[in-house]
Design a protein around this ligand. Structure first.
Ligand SMILES: [Ca+2]
Length: 141
């Protein structure tokens, strides 16, 4: 009888293991595989001292629908390093994404060097789907 009970318990456990992935697939959060649209209008509006003022239009959680989760603005001293993304420098102070179509603003303070800066932005949703890199903004010093 004990052996039967054990084998029943194991069967139930295996059955639950099989159920878990399919439960996640039907979950709207875990099942989200649609990434935000890329930002196409990233703009460096003005520079005051060492403060850079950026603006762009919000995209969405799913392309241009729903509200995205996170902005990640980075810069590099060459376009290829920025495009590699992993080698670009992260910054702090990105705003929390607003509804799609909303104008976003960000002030970034940097100790600016006499160099050429390449800035770009990616948008992520809460399932870690990340947009392609935005248009690239170049600042020549
Ligand atoms: Ca999404």
């Amino acid at each position: 009888l004990t052996a039967t009970r054990q084998s029943l318990t194991i069967s139930l456990f295996l059955f639950l293991l099989l159920l878990i992935p399919s439960a996640c697939e039907s979950d709207p959060v875990h099942g989200d595989t649609t990434r935000p649209a890329r930002v196409t209008d990233l703009s460096l509006d003005r520079v005051e001292g060492n403060t850079l003022f950026f603006s762009w239009t919000a995209t969405g959680d799913d392309i241009n629908s729903g509200t995205a989760f996170l902005y990640d603005l980075r810069y590099a001293f060459s376009q290829s390093i920025l495009e590699s993304w992993g080698g670009a420098t992260t910054v702090l102070g990105e705003p929390i994404p607003s509804e799609p179509g909303t104008g976003e603003e960000m002030a970034l303070e940097l100790q600016l060097l006499d160099s050429t800066y390449y800035f770009g932005l990616k948008v992520s949703d809460d399932s870690r789907n990340t947009s392609p890199l935005s248009n690239i903004v170049i600042l020549m010093r």
